[in-house]
Design a protein around this ligand. Structure first.
Ligand code: RB5
Length: 141
């Protein structure tokens, strides 16, 4: 898959770890946001990555800030984006199965690299179940 991976400074270190792991799994990863750990505003990162996800330039987006909260709030302002802040693999599995999330959010100051990499792997390896869950997504829309 092609993954569009963005972060601010708060998510920079974790972003590098997740990028390396996903590339080792065989995914193509394109990175956005803070280039070397310098301060970047997380709404601007979400606003750069999310339209590309909607345009099909990547299969999924992954966005990381310090807590994962700000960047998920910003991403969810963009119509068509279903951004899920996940802190464990159960959340990652079921936000794909039930919410058809197209963006995964994590917190670089909250979630350690080992857990974050497994969350990303789980998110990418689960699919949407449709059915009653599609009706609920339609209700959100
Ligand atoms: C930046 O210091 C921090 O506010 C940001 O990364 C994020 O945690 C916001 O929700």
């Amino acid at each position: 898959m092609k993954i569009l991976l963005g972060s601010d400074h708060g998510g920079y270190d974790l972003r590098l770890e997740v990028a390396k792991y996903l590339e080792e799994l065989g995914h193509e990863v394109v990175q956005y946001g803070s280039k070397g750990g310098e301060s970047v505003d997380y709404p601007l990162v979400a606003q750069e990555v999310c339209p590309k996800v909607l345009a099909g330039e990547g299969d999924f987006g992954i966005l990381i800030c310090g807590t994962g909260i700000g960047i998920s709030i910003a991403a969810n302002k963009i119509h068509g984006i279903r951004a899920a802040l996940c802190t464990d693999c159960y959340m990652a599995e079921f936000t794909r199965k039930h919410n058809n999330a197209n963006v995964l959010c994590m917190g670089g100051r909250v979630t350690g690299p080992g857990t974050a990499c497994k969350i990303a792997e789980t998110f990418l390896s689960n699919g949407f179940e449709g059915g009653r869950h599609q009706r609920r997504i339609d209700e959100i829309e």
